[in-house]
Write a protein that binds this ligand. Structure first.
Ligand code: CA
Length: 384
């Protein structure tokens, strides 16, 4: 009788012990999975991409975008996709980034589309159009106004898939080694100014020179060029441009919302599983917004440093200079459209969007800034 009672109890006890062991093992396995996820190098499924840039390695601002992108992709994919960033010249020279991505030398690139205008004239729309859209407007056009679809159509023949890669906001007109009193002072000026704006500058009496970021300082210092546009206070200070020119002009008529680009080799992108594709897309989108946030936060602090600790003289471009630059911008845009069917197609979309967004921004952005200026203390700049 006693044995008959004990046997089932022993069986139940053993069962409970077995279940408890299973449970503990399961908890333990869960902990191990969370804590010791396979690192990229240990996993057979890990993918490693090269990302080549047009910027010097480690350049703050523009150069931190690809680094941030790479970090985000690594974290979001838990190491399944790692992106290794190479600065200008490490794998390919800065102006060969697009070809490197197109040919699969690198899976990704980071730079500015207008560097490729010799090969793809309509690419200029995706960095900046003189007197065109601001950063906020560009982002709206790209992601909700059809701009990105047209960009992908433009790069498709090269096997390259573009993503917005960060915006600097409104740039500065640039650094000049002499004062501009009128439009006539543009005559004979040699300026580093890329894209459509370079053509506009040349038509306005100057000479446009194309130089990568790493070549600018020395070219100004040695007098190869008289003027340079780069970005704005934050990034210009990191290149040391206040040491090679005295006059700092605004506003950035030529790059009102300069957009950078991530380029991805289409075949490499197609090979990714759908979750990694979404991670690349999401990390690019986050990095795009993040750059604008960083420039918004840092520009004024850098401007203050330039004006207080250096001999920088801040100047507005005279109205007649802006007028000449604008009339030549209209001519340059018309010429671009006449020469290139894709430029005509993209320009139609760009201009329609700009017309619409200007209307609402008249009663939102501009009206609000005006209203704010009416009630807040006047803005004063340090005497220079
Ligand atoms: Ca620029």
């Amino acid at each position: 009788m006693r044995e008959k009672t004990l046997l089932p109890l022993a069986i139940i006890g053993l069962l409970l012990l077995w279940l408890a062991t299973l449970g503990l093992w399961a908890v333990d396995a869960q902990t191990v999975d969370d804590t010791y996820a396979p690192a990229a190098g240990n996993s057979q499924n890990a993918i490693e991409w090269k990302l080549v840039t047009t910027w010097p390695k480690g350049l703050p601002g523009l150069g931190s975008a690809p680094e941030n992108f790479a970090r985000r992709v690594g974290e979001m994919s838990n190491g399944r996709l790692t992106v290794r960033v190479y600065g200008a010249g490490e794998v390919v020279p800065p102006f060969e980034v697009f070809d490197a991505v197109s040919q699969g030398v690198a899976e990704m690139g980071h730079g500015a589309s207008y560097y490729w205008k010799g090969k793809i004239p309509a690419a200029v729309f995706y960095t900046a159009v003189p007197f065109g859209m601001t950063a906020q407007e560009m982002n709206g056009w790209l992601h909700y106004g059809g701009g990105l679809a047209l960009w992908r159509e433009l790069y498709a023949p090269f096997g390259v898939r573009p993503f917005a890669g960060g915006s600097t906001g409104v740039q500065m007109a640039g650094w000049f080694n002499r004062e501009l009193k009128s439009a006539e002072d543009l005559n004979g000026l040699k300026m580093r100014i890329p894209g459509l704006a370079g053509e506009v500058f040349a038509a306005s009496g100057g000479t446009a020179v194309r130089l990568a970021g790493g070549e600018i300082y020395t070219s100004m210092q040695t007098g190869v060029i008289d003027a340079v546009e780069w970005v704005g206070p934050y990034n210009d200070r990191t290149l040391g441009l206040m040491e090679v020119a005295e006059y700092y002009y605004y506003p950035g008529w030529h790059e009102p919302g300069a957009m950078l680009e991530f380029t991805v080799n289409q075949k490499a992108f197609d090979r990714l599983p759908s979750d990694l594709k979404a991670i690349v897309e999401g990390a690019a989108r986050a990095t795009n917004q993040d750059m604008l946030d960083e420039f918004t936060a840092r520009n004024n602090e850098s401007l203050t440093t330039l004006l207080t600790e250096h001999s920088t003289k801040l100047r507005p471009l005279p109205d007649d200079v802006l007028d000449v630059l604008h009339s030549n911008s209209v001519i340059a845009l018309e010429q671009l459209k006449a020469d290139d069917p894709m430029a005509t197609k993209i320009s139609a979309s760009y201009e329609t969007f700009l017309d619409g967004v200007r209307t609402y921004h008249e009663i939102s952005e501009r009206a609000y800034l005006n209203a704010r200026d009416r009630v807040l203390p006047p803005i004063s700049f340090i005497d220079q």
